[in-house]
Design a protein around this ligand. Structure first.
Ligand SMILES: [Zn+2]
Length: 205
């Protein structure tokens, strides 16, 4: 009898509690995040992106090669390596691919190491560039950067790999860090294709 009552109330109440609109809450906070960025880039219009360059061997990735392209082995980014191989590129500069706002710059350890995430407002849309396994980080959350500014150096995620830069470009900007690999590329775009297609400063919509 007691058990039945308990079940009855538990079943009645649990869905109510779970129905508290957390998805709606998330949408709201996403809206708030976008309106924060909208006003940020309106006030600091010089940091709107006008075009993109490669993050190494400025501006054309000179003396670097892409060792693992976007979607190769389900890779969600590009892996930039110095042409001399091994750790010869350890400590080389990493440059912001475009004007933007540093959203995140921290050592999160594991397979990621030190990670920098930059938000770009470009032709009215938002993109994120993500730079991983850095040896050093020279920007902080809240900084503005211009295209070609040095933001850190190439690392090996505290010895996990040969030094290289893992670069992602996302067209959904509030996603979790992810795993760097997935069969689904939803929210991710081909970094090399994107940079090559958006180089021209004077390009106007
Ligand atoms: Zn990678």
């Amino acid at each position: 009898m007691y058990i039945c009552c308990f079940c009855f109330f538990a079943c009645q109440q649990t869905p109510k509690i779970q129905k508290q609109p957390s998805p709606q809450k998330e949408i709201q906070s996403k809206k708030e995040k976008f309106s924060f960025l909208d006003s940020l880039f309106t006030k600091n219009a010089t940091y709107k992106a006008t075009g993109f360059d490669f993050p190494v061997g400025k501006p054309n990735a000179k003396n670097y090669y892409n060792a693992q392209s976007f979607t190769e082995n389900n890779h969600l980014g590009d892996d930039w390596n110095g042409i001399s191989g091994g750790n010869t590129d350890l400590g080389d500069p990493i440059f912001a691919i475009g004007n933007g706002y540093v959203q995140f710059a921290e050592d999160i350890g594991g397979g990621w190491g030190k990670v920098i995430r930059i938000i770009h407002q470009y032709k009215g849309n938002y993109y994120e560039s993500l730079y991983a396994h850095c040896d050093t980080i020279s920007v902080k959350k809240g900084n503005f950067v211009s295209k070609g500014n040095q933001i850190g150096t190439i690392g090996n995620a505290n010895g996990m790999y040969y030094a290289h830069l893992h670069l992602e470009i996302r067209d959904q900007i509030f996603m979790d860090i992810g795993s760097g690999y997935s069969q689904s590329t939803n929210g991710y775009i081909d970094p090399t294709l994107f940079i090559k297609s958006n180089r021209n400063e004077s390009w106007q919509k």
